[in-house]
Design a protein around this ligand. Structure first.
Ligand code: G6P
Length: 607
């Protein structure tokens, strides 16, 4: 994840940009850069490493100008060098970008053919050249920006600065957050409200597909359809916590909506989009070509491991055993000779998971931690680590940490597949491309919010709810049931769809809603039969599926929640979004404490 700031101001911009970047450093610190307009011309300063390096660079070679943009980078495409640092610029425009441009390769090739010279390995640089191309064709800045943004696929937040345009700054949001700060004769853009907080307390949060066209005295918002739109102005006089919730009512809702960004950040940490390959850090002796693997966690982290079990077996052909940490540690588990253990934990402090890790280490098993909190105990004690880059998760019910775990584990499955010779370069490219599309697909899946809200209203009256799924969506059904239990206190159970007839079918009646997680994949027809079994017994079906699935389900479902069509590999990530929203809105309708549900703790450090 990267941090973005833009200032259309009346005072020297460079020091103010640096001040804002200091607040954004938590989002990444591989490199930093600023660009300002000096006499109408774009001037840049960039430096690899921490912000202090940029500050030194600016002390030696100061930048004048009162309008500018800045960026802190968490390297995704391309190493953290000065050339790859943002802003990226032509003579006519400079941009800073947070997110992934999925179609950067074809755009880059097209622009190179048209004579553009690229100076970095980033996906972001195509944005600057694409806008320049439209400016060269005579479009004014606003039209050039809109035309360019329309051609970008992926998830992004962008700020744009135009040469000769000292009264215009443009921002665009799709999937990655962007806020507009409203000043007195000044305007600002920032990745979050904290970025603009030194300058103003009045903030608007852009919505999906919005473009903000700022002048010193006006902020025009165009929605995804190009229509002028109004966005609520929030006034933040209080502390960072209030600021942090942004447009959202609860942290959980905010965290659900952060997932296009947090999955993007985690995925791009492990894939080289340029070569379409997975790149794992040094795993310190963990042999990915091992004969078997075990995956251990608790709660939601355990379910992430259960999805990874399907991936590792299907992609890498490696036998995998998954278990709940509290069971594993006391059952005297046996290990294969050449095996490794994966320990999944948001907090990195869960007592049972930590004890299981220590047990494995005592038994000379190499250990790999998939952990969200850096320097936590599990992080430190494991032989190697694959960080999940979800950022701090405040809501007790885990959402963005779960999909970040899935993101890292998906990359791991590809890496193991390659290490074991189970997939060739072509298949690796295909899987990497599918992963790169995931943040955008999650953003698309979140568009079902209004329907999900309406269904949740009905679900909030249920006493019991069943969740069904097959294959890698069986753990997603388990996770869906867990989310609902945790925050709405409605009893819910997840079952493998094929297991329905072996018991749970006795529970089916018109009062027991059945949520089915069923993308139109190779197992869909089987799950459809299970839906028919529910329907035949008067059960109410809430089916989460794509357009092809919806066409087959027809009217046996009481409700359909539409998800985007996607590669079956990444479907568990995409289908996580609607099951989270369903639990969230059910709890909101019931009026329970969404962020701090009764009896639960975010991190359980006791047995
Ligand atoms: C607690 C939390 C769950 C979480 C589990 C594992 O029970 O309430 O949301 O899934 O612990 O936590 P970890 O930090 O190890 O992922």
């Amino acid at each position: 994840m990267c941090g973005i700031i833009g200032i259309l101001g009346n005072a020297p911009a460079a020091p103010r940009l640096v001040e804002a970047l200091r607040r954004l450093e938590y989002r990444g610190y591989d490199s930093a850069g600023v660009a300002t307009l000096e006499g109408g011309q774009i001037r840049r300063r960039r430096a690899a490493g921490k912000l202090a390096n940029l500050e030194r660079e600016l002390a030696e070679r100061p930048l004048a100008g009162s309008t500018g943009i800045g960026h802190t980078r968490w390297a995704t495409h391309g190493a953290p060098t000065t050339d790859n640092a943002h802003p990226h610029a032509s003579e006519k425009v400079a941009i800073v970008h947070n997110g992934i441009i999925e179609n950067f390769r074809p755009l880059r090739e097209e622009l190179i053919r048209a004579g553009h010279k690229f100076a970095s390995e980033t996906d972001s640089e195509v944005i600057a050249h694409l806008i320049t191309d439209y400016l060269d064709k005579g479009k004014p800045p606003e039209d050039a920006a809109i035309a360019a943004v329309r051609r970008l696929e992926g998830a992004f937040g962008i700020a744009m600065l135009f040469a000769g345009g000292d009264d215009i700054l443009i921002g665009a949001r799709k999937g990655s957050p962007l806020a507009v700060g409203l000043g007195d004769g000044e305007m600002y853009l920032g990745s979050d409200a904290i970025a603009v907080s030194p300058f103003t307390t009045r903030v608007m949060f852009l919505e999906e597909g919005d473009i903000a066209v700022l002048t010193h005295n006006s902020a025009k918002i165009l929605d995804a359809g190009g229509q002028a739109a109004e966005r609520q102005v929030h006034v933040f006089a209080g502390g960072a916590a209030a600021v942090e919730k942004g447009n959202h009512r609860h942290f959980m809702q905010k965290e659900i909506y952060e997932q296009p960004e947090t999955t993007g950040r985690t995925i791009t940490r492990y894939v080289n989009a340029y070569d379409e390959r997975v790149e794992m850090p040094d795993l310190d002796g963990v042999d990915l070509a091992a004969d078997s693997a075990i995956i251990i966690g608790c709660g939601t982290a355990h379910y992430a491991g259960r999805v990874a079990e399907y991936w590792l077996e299907q992609i890498a052909g490696v036998p995998v055993e998954t278990d709940i940490a509290s069971e594993f540690r006391y059952r005297k588990p046996a290990f294969g000779k050449n095996s490794f253990g994966v320990f999944v934990s948001q907090s990195g402090e869960t007592a049972d998971t930590l004890a299981a890790l220590r047990y494995c280490k005592e038994n000379k098993l190499k250990t790999l931690a998939v952990v969200n909190v850096p320097e936590s105990t599990i992080w430190r004690e494991a032989d190697a680590r694959l960080p999940t880059l979800a950022g701090p998760e405040i809501g007790v019910a885990s959402t963005k940490a779960f999909t970040a775990q899935l993101s890292a584990l998906a990359a791991l499955a590809i890496a193991v597949g390659r290490a074991r010779g189970a997939i060739d370069a072509k298949e690796e490219s295909r899987l990497v491309r599918a992963l790169m599309e995931t943040p955008r697909l999650i953003a698309d899946a979140l568009h079902a919010e209004p329907e999900i809200d309406a269904i949740a209203q009905e679900l909030s009256h249920a006493r019991d709810v069943l969740y069904l799924g097959r294959g890698a969506h069986y753990p997603i059904a388990l996770e869906g049931a867990l989310k609902l239990k945790e925050i709405s206190y409605i009893h819910a159970e997840g079952y493998a769809a094929g297991e329905l007839k072996h018991g749970p079918i006795a529970l089916i009646d018109e009062a027991t809603p059945v949520v089915v997680v069923a993308p139109h994949d190779a197992l869909f027809e089987k799950t459809l039969s299970n839906m028919q079994e529910v329907n035949a017994r008067g059960g109410r079906l809430i089916v989460i599926t794509d357009a092809a699935g919806a066409a087959e389900v027809g009217d046996i479902a009481s409700h359909i929640i539409l998800a985007p069509a996607c590669d079956p590999f990444v479907a568990p990530l995409v289908y996580s979004a609607p099951i989270q929203l369903l639990a969230y809105f059910t709890a909101v309708h019931k009026g329970t404490d969404v962020d701090q549900p009764r009896n639960l703790a975010k991190s359980v450090t006791v047995e």
